[in-house]
Design a protein around this ligand. Structure first.
Ligand SMILES: [Zn+2]
Length: 140
């Protein structure tokens, strides 16, 4: 898939709205609209790469530095006992959007009963997503 028809590139360009929690020169973090758990956040490089295999060292470092920052904010803002970092490469791994992204997924196992490697996206509650984004931004 090219950057011309990429939903995350459209989000970076401001053509599609998102619940943004963070942005810098190279990266952006925003809420997943199909959250697996409350507070599920995505971190992406602003440049288009499909998978880990294409990512430049500079953008790889930038995405993971942002992931660390946002993970700390999620844990502090939402008071969750754990957080999973998940990154999928290719359709065979259930990658849905073909623009490199890191999932930050608050966890509270076994209570949350999450199956992290096999799931079908389900639209989340917009009000809840918006309020989690506000809390995470405040914790940054
Ligand atoms: Zn893209």
């Amino acid at each position: 898939m090219s950057a011309d028809s990429c939903i995350f590139c459209d989000i970076v360009a401001g053509k599609i709205p998102c619940h943004k929690v963070y942005e810098d020169d190279r990266t952006m973090a925003f809420m997943d609209v199909n959250p697996l758990a409350p507070g599920h956040t995505l971190v992406i490089p602003k440049s288009h790469y499909t998978t880990l295999l294409e990512l430049t060292p500079g953008d790889m470092a930038a995405v993971h530095q942002t992931s660390q920052k946002i993970a700390a904010a999620i844990i502090s803002a939402l008071k969750v006992p754990g957080l999973a970092v998940l990154q999928l490469n290719g359709k065979g791994a259930n990658q849905v959007v073909m623009h490199y992204h890191v999932h930050l997924i608050p966890r509270n196992r076994p209570k949350d009963k999450l199956k992290l490697l096999e799931w079908s996206p389900k639209k989340g509650n917009t009000r809840s997503i918006k309020s989690k984004a506000e809390k995470i931004r405040e914790a940054l």
